[in-house]
Design a protein around this ligand. Structure first.
Ligand code: SAH
Ligand code: SF4
Ligand code: F3S
Length: 477
């Protein structure tokens, strides 16, 4: 592979930088004359990995492609453009993506005009792009999380100038308003309230792949929420890596509690938010969640570890005691709240005793749901350079033990729903059975239920007949 002079490759050193420079706020989206209508009679397919930030980015890319005249397809067969929006949070995410790119090789052999593009957080990693360039000639477009607005020009260069385009800015980032959007659902919508992250937890790649924390203005966010209400959306989720740090980078004297309250007043039936870091979770936030019926009684509160020394080495800025205090407060003040969490086992040099501290905390909290992971070393992060004598087998055993324990509590919590009547916002048919509907409760519990004359987007009262580990069964009443 020969590096081309106009390729912009990722640079973690630059991505790590944080300055006090105010971010640029860009309101206009201009399509170069040459790129207009390059998608006429053509189709695209987007494959999305990772978190809701990526889901929302894919909706922006789809919006841009629609504007260029492309049509969205639900399968990669016989399309003209495939975009793979990647996630870099753990190594196994990387492997899945490479597997998928490998599969698309067949489509490229059948149609050499096919544009396969790779974007998202993996593009922002250093070694990954070089590997792609060297081993995957079918990939002709690679761009980063800060380059989405340039998609029209990049596509033009690939499609009409026969170029291989690599454009990855490693920078703090801007805030783009008014980029087109093609929402993938018509009941639930994602609303970005901020981009990036400044927390730099020592294991995490996100601050490098997404730039510094940049809050959108409250005015722009509320306008979007109004518009979504007008379009008939039933649920919105306010998105950010640390929603409770919202506004700290603005000069407006506002915070997440204010924003949440203003969103609630607009009157969308259901409002959710994610992710709330245990640091910065204010009493005002708890009050707003408790006060408004349309702010859902559900909090995702990542724990990561129940051991103080590990938390300190992770750079999480709270202790098991302060986590428990917050957990208790949320539980006491928000009626029938459900709380879920994220936990990492096998952080470098985590001892048996330190792991047991996590187990003890899980036994105290009895989470409704948990996302549990084995630590994955992300090149360039401080934790990747830490001494780690613990073998993978021990880590896998810890994960299995942790899962067994939280599953028991989740089952217990869900069993307590048996006989209760809950309100479900219907998504559609259950994945496994076309005679069964599915949707979520206010507490974010998945409900599979039977009933008649039910449509996606309906609110339905459902009597719970069975509580299972990961879902509830019920009957519409
Ligand atoms: N901003 C959110 C987390 C986003 S990443 C927060 O601070 O809570 C989602 C989850 O992935 C994290 O909560 C963490 O549990 C997990 N994760 C992140 N980096 C990881 C790594 N290097 N190895 C294993 N799990 C990781
Ligand atoms: Fe990653 Fe920590 Fe930022 Fe969450 S808060 S995205 S875990 S650095
Ligand atoms: Fe993955 Fe990037 Fe989200 S690394 S978890 S897609 S911010």
């Amino acid at each position: 592979m020969k590096l081309q002079p106009d390729w912009l490759l990722p640079d973690l050193e630059k991505a790590r930088k944080r300055t006090q420079t105010p971010v640029a706020r860009i309101d206009s989206f201009v399509i170069p004359e040459s790129a207009k209508w390059i998608g006429r009679s053509k189709k695209y397919y987007i494959s999305t990995y990772g978190c809701q930030a990526n889901e929302r980015d894919s909706e922006t890319m789809a919006g841009i492609l629609d504007t260029l005249g492309f049509e969205k397809a639900d399968s990669p067969e016989s399309v003209d453009v495939i975009l793979i929006n990647t996630c870099a949070i753990r190594q196994n995410a990387t492997e899945k993506v490479l597997g998928e790119i490998g599969n698309f090789k067949r489509l490229y052999r059948e149609n050499e005009d096919l544009v396969i593009g790779v974007c998202g957080c993996m593009s922002q990693e250093e070694g990954f792009v070089e590997n792609l360039l060297a081993k995957y000639p079918q990939v002709r477009l690679i761009f980063g999380t800060h380059n989405i607005q340039d998609l029209p020009r990049m596509l033009y260069e690939v499609m009409h100038e026969g170029k291989r385009v690599v454009q990855i800015y490693s920078k703090e980032g801007e805030v783009y308003e008014n980029l087109p959007v093609h929402r993938f659902g018509n009941t639930k919508a994602w609303v970005n309230i901020m981009y990036g992250c400044d927390k730099f937890c020592t294991y995490c790649i996100v601050p490098y792949t997404r730039g510094k924390q940049r809050s959108r203005t409250m005015e722009n966010i509320l306008e979007e929420v109004q518009e979504l209400k007008h379009q008939g959306f039933k649920e919105i989720t306010l998105l950010g890596q640390n929603v409770n740090a919202y506004g700290k980078d603005l000069d407006e004297g506002i915070n997440f509690a204010t924003l949440l309250e203003e969103c609630a007043k607009i009157g969308i039936p259901r409002i959710r938010f994610t992710t709330s870091h245990p640091w910065d979770f204010s009493d005002d936030m708890i009050d707003v969640i408790a006060k408004y019926d349309n702010v859902m009684p559900f909090v995702h509160l990542p724990l990561q570890s129940g051991d103080d020394e590990i938390l300190r080495r992770m750079g999480r800025r709270y202790t098991r005691e302060s986590y428990m205090e917050l957990f208790q407060k949320i539980q006491d003040r928000i009626p029938h709240v459900a709380i879920s969490t994220d936990i990492i086992v096998g952080f470098p040099n985590e001892s048996d005793e330190q792991f047991e501290n996590t187990i003890k905390l899980v036994e105290e909290c009895k989470f409704d749901n948990a996302f549990t992971f084995i630590f994955s070393a992300r090149p360039g992060t401080p934790a990747a350079a830490m001494n780690d004598p613990i073998d993978q087998e021990t880590k896998s055993k810890r994960l299995a033990r942790l899962n067994k324990i939280w599953n028991q509590y989740a089952l217990e919590k869900n069993k307590a729903y048996e006989g209760r009547i809950v309100e479900v916002l219907v998504d559609g048919f259950s994945k496994k059975d076309k005679h069964v509907y599915s949707g979520y409760t206010d507490t974010n519990k998945l409900v599979n239920f039977t009933g008649e004359n039910i449509h996606p987007g309906d609110f339905v009262k459902v009597k719970i007949t069975k509580g299972k580990t990961f879902s509830l069964d019920g009957q519409a009443i």
